[in-house]
Design a protein around this ligand. Sequence first.
Ligand code: DGY
Length: 436
Amino acid sequence: MNTNLIEAAKNILELNWRDGFTIPTNKLYPFQWNWDSGFVSLGHSYFNLNKSIQELKSLFSGQWENGMVPHIIFHSEKEDTYFPNFDFWDSNVNKGAPQKPKTSGITQPAVHGFVLENLLNKHPDNKDLLAYAKDLFPKIVKYHQFLYTYRDPHREGLMAIFHPWESGRDNSPLWDESLNRITIDRDKLPAYTRRDTSIADASERPTSDQYDRYVYLLQLGKLNQYDGPAIVEESPFLIQDSMMNALLIKSNQSLINIADRFGFDSAQLKEWQQQSIRSFNDKLWNEDLKMYTCYDLRDEKQMAVKEIGGITPIFAGIPSVQQAQHLSDYLMDLHNRDYYLCPSFDVDSPLFDSKRYWRGPVWPQMNWLIYKGLMDYNFFETANIVKSDLIELVDKLGFYEYFESRKSVVKNASKGYGGELFSWTASSILDLIKSK
Ligand code: DGY
């Protein structure tokens, strides 16, 4: 089984390779996506390390002068199957955005530090990688500097997002309350046509009400050149996301480790890291839920819901052993109740929807993150279920973007959800099967 999966995963990465980068999937996402690329770089490293390096080079060719690494890099201006395309983003309203390639105006999770460390651990003596690591290191530090400068209004070591697309978990019910604060005046919203629902099944995608809010927040960003202080002052949506901060902390640590290896200065990174970990535990742990949460800076309160982002701090070594035990227990309980691990939202909530994007399905790259975290804390049994559940889903249903989380439904299913022949699914499977 595993040999076939490895071969299929390799073929998908090759199929989705363009001139120097990898698209997540044909048509639905025909450009380069930021955190997808991080995972994809890990996948390529098993067959062609040059592609891993090129993938990151292409991504950072879109880095802004302020340090931001955008969530989409539009290497081609000809593809027309995606909304919002480069012309709608109009990223050159910001003087520091590159003219070419065009980019979006928001960011995505800070995966690059830990991806680079992972590549270096796998290929410690590769000269091309060693040379590239020296080039990339300051660029990643500059990106973290952007997050701490532009997105941390209280200077507490926790970055905030102003658009759900930044979190990667676009339509999670987690954001509903904060998004519903936005009153949409259709006359003021720019006209737009979605492309996603003519490619993927609309019942597996966000709703049109949610898209109106995504466009509203995009407009707010654009009016403020995507980095103006008015975003933080005015955005009705301003959230310290558990997962984005956890991945930032993980990448800080990786950069510190890389700095030690190469003899680079890491004083600033260590300062960020100390403050971020302290604030994270003080502000985001919820003792009633026994899970980490996000914090809504507009409402000044924790967003007390159970969702997959609240488990990811285990990947960054943030929880104590006791806290990590709670996270592992939470997953084991779901496993015993006949769910595939890891559902993206609280299965007991009326908002849980096992089919619709981030409202309940299982996501491959999340299983990869959580598997690694559980292994680091020696929760081998839970870790192995997280790994084998994903392998089973992909083996039965194919290399989809995300998957049904209820076992009773999967029994009669013949496909996964969202995009097909998906790059990060291929990469996650490869790394889970091939790495120790
Ligand atoms: C999409 O278009 O669905 C993406 O998640 C936003 O980047």
